[in-house]
Design a protein around this ligand. Structure first.
Ligand code: ME8
Length: 655
């Protein structure tokens, strides 16, 4: 029998300057869901990626003095970039799409043309308001207090020739989809969409831009680029092979089982996205789930507001699994939650160190102390004491499943931790250390108690794997759970653990000293907040090789500055009189007057290429060139003459 399929996606991250804990939240949730579905035995496709086009990127690249492609490459593949973060956070995506990938760009051109050919995209004129940071056009009626309804910032007047998508044509079908099916969850988001966007009248959507070029070009109308949201939304299908040959999984995985998205982009996913799919007569995703925001000091964390929390810092400080767990244990997925370092440390101390960590370390330590690595097979049950724990642990998988199927991570984890807490209470009730005082009489009973604890730990460990994969591997090692005791099926089978290979390992979740950790974090944040050094850029290295003989043909010599003066009619040029070791003075003119005064250079030893042909400049002749190093600092060109040690004699050859 073939495995059930499950296709889940995250919003593709918009690479501007700072990845923060909010993005990590969404991707970690998707990862936990994907791992849970794999645990259940599904054939999972987990897609994530980056949304790399648009005016904001073009502008940011320009500011940094690099091309938009270089800009996005730095953020996606560069050190501590997107790929590095997902690796650190143990994100098990199956596919990563970049909207600058060639196959995607060409597919978007074909998609745009198909909607144009079927009459759903037409040319018109856009007059309205535009929010630059959100790259969203708004009508007057959609503004909130005259500002962008998404981010609350100023909007500007905008008018341009543009293509439009006939969104209005699909209003009734979208309203039905939202109100009469469970396409969009949580339910509260449905009211928001219908009341704020559909009831006031769904207007056609502007889907091309002419004011910038960093986007997918409309191939049948040069000068227009495809609106970044059309480009971005179709990633969910192009990544499977829609309108391209790079992938062949469309039949297998489309329609998606669920798109996880943040609440501010629910509008794009629950109105615009299904309407475009309707236009192309394509199956709709089964569900869009709009999760809440992580707030900091009551406001949304946002790269443009500057109040972001660095996921690298937190993961490196507290551990990847602890951070993953905290995000999904603490905040109900559908609602907003307030992030704080105190809450993070508290969760680690209470749930992980105290409850789970203690259960594991006490249990394995007692097994080792009283029996070595193997529990005797002769075990004596006590119905009255054991039944409650056994029933809770055996029924846990189904209760957990019911919550996970509704994306209620917090509730699912709550069920697991109720059982862990029950197991800790069971230790107090059965008092194994008292039983151990008389091993002759109590060995069988003690073995049973410890077995109950190990089994409970194993079942909880399986169900926690999607949240803390690495730590649960270690937990299985300590309780000696072989692979067939880590499966979804075995999570509902009481008594599966052989209990013949128990070893007390390292403490999985050490307790954190709240005050000390907060002070350390404060110090790190203060350091990070110090003004960064200037943004230095150097030119990319040339890739064309130069052969050795050509290199050697360039005659570089140490030269001493005997005299230096400004060239009268020029703002840039300095005239150097140089001792080049030949006994005859050499004249070189160099365009560096904005960087040096003549006086500061007299007496210095520089490097010159001396076998260049003489070049007339401003009525003088320059015989060679002085070497300098160039770079940009905060966008400004900087130059440094190469100066060598004065002990190097004039005329010495550099090789
Ligand atoms: O929206 N709390 O990209 P993005 C929770 N490129 N989630 C948050 C958050 C916070 N404080 N801040 C951001 C985009 N997010 C588009 C998606 S999909 C076709 C295109 C979430 O990088 C945000 O809600 O701005 C979104 O789901 C995701 O991070 C990426 O945001």
């Amino acid at each position: 029998m073939s495995k059930p399929k499950f296709y889940i996606t995250t919003p593709i991250y918009y690479p501007s300057n700072k990845l923060h804990i909010g993005h990590t939240y969404c991707t970690v949730a998707t990862d936990a869901m994907a791992r849970y579905k794999r645990l259940q035995g599904c054939d999972v496709m987990f897609l994530t990626g980056t949304d790399e086009h648009g005016q904001k990127i073009e502008g940011a690249a320009k500011e940094a003095g690099i091309t938009p492609q270089q800009f996005v490459d730095n953020i996606v593949t560069g050190p501590r970039g997107v790929l590095d973060l997902w690796k650190l956070m143990n994100i098990s995506y199956d596919r990563f799409i970049r909207t600058t990938d060639d196959y995607h760009v060409h597919a978007i051109q074909r998609i745009f043309k198909r909607m144009h050919d079927n009459g759903d995209i037409y040319k018109g004129k856009y007059v309205g308001k535009y929010c630059k940071p959100c790259e969203s056009f708004w009508t007057e009626s959609q503004l909130k207090d005259g500002k962008c309804p998404d981010c609350g910032r100023e909007v500007v007047d905008a008018e341009e020739e543009a293509y439009f998508f006939r969104l209005s044509k699909y209003a009734d079908r979208i309203q039905h989809l939202l109100e009469d099916t469970d396409f969009l969850e949580p339910r509260s988001r449905v009211n928001e969409m219908v009341n704020n966007f559909i009831k006031p009248g769904l207007e056609d959507l502007c889907v091309s831009r002419t004011s910038f070029t960093w986007g997918v070009p409309v191939d049948f109308d040069p000068g227009h680029v495809v609106y970044v949201w059309v480009d971005a939304l179709f990633n969910y299908m192009t990544a499977l092979g829609f309108e391209n040959d790079a992938h062949q999984d469309l039949d297998k995985f489309w329609p998606a089982d669920v798109h996880f998205v943040g609440k501010e982009i629910v509008r794009f996913h629950s109105i615009i996205w299904p309407a475009m799919l309707m236009s192309l007569d394509l199956p709709l995703p089964k569900k869009v789930y709009g999760h809440g925001w992580l707030l900091l000091d009551g406001g949304k964390m946002s790269k443009s507001k500057g109040n972001v929390v660095d996921p690298y810092l937190l993961a490196e400080h507290f551990g990847v699994d602890a951070l993953r767990f905290f995000l999904l244990r603490t905040f109900p997925f559908g609602s907003d939650g307030n992030f704080s370092n105190e809450a993070l440390i508290n969760t680690i101390n209470v749930d992980l160190a105290n409850d789970l960590g203690n259960l594991l370390s006490r249990t394995t330590a007692m097994v080792q102390k009283y029996f070595g690595e193997r529990l005797p097979a002769d075990r004596q049950w006590d119905e009255s004491l054991d039944r409650d724990l056994q029933q809770m642990a055996s029924g846990l998988r189904d209760e957990y499943e019911a919550e996970m199927e509704r994306y209620q991570f917090q509730n699912a984890l709550d069920k697991v931790f109720k059982v862990i807490q029950r197991a800790n209470k069971y230790i107090d009730e059965t008092a194994p250390w008292v039983l151990a005082k008389d091993m002759n009489a109590n060995a069988g009973r003690l073995a049973a108690v410890l077995y109950y604890l190990l089994e409970t730990t194993r079942i909880c460990g399986i169900l926690l794997t999607p949240f803390m994969p690495e730590s649960m591997d270690k937990l299985f090692q300590q309780i000696g759970a072989p692979a067939d005791c880590q499966t979804w099926e075995s999570a509902a089978q009481w008594g599966a653990l052989p209990a013949d290979h128990i070893s007390k390992g390292d403490n999985l979740f050490p307790r954190i000293d709240m005050e000390k950790a907060l002070a350390e974090l404060e110090e790190i944040s203060a350091k990070a907040a110090e003004p960064a050094g200037p943004l230095v850029e150097v030119e990319p290295q040339l890739e064309t090789p130069v052969d050795f003989d050509t290199f050697c043909a360039c005659d570089m010599r140490a030269v001493k500055v005997k005299a230096c003066e400004k060239v009268k009619k020029s703002k840039k040029l300095l005239k150097f009189t140089l001792d080049d070791g030949t006994g005859t003075d050499r004249t070189i003119l160099s365009g560096i007057a904005m960087y040096y005064t003549p006086e500061e250079l007299v007496g210095k030893t520089l490097v010159a290429i001396v076998n260049l042909p003489p070049r007339p400049m401003m009525g003088e002749t320059s015989c060679g060139m002085l070497l300098s190093a160039v770079h940009k600092e905060d966008g400004q060109e900087k130059l440094h003459l190469i100066m060598v040690d004065n002990s190097i004699p004039a005329g010495a050859r550099l090789c």
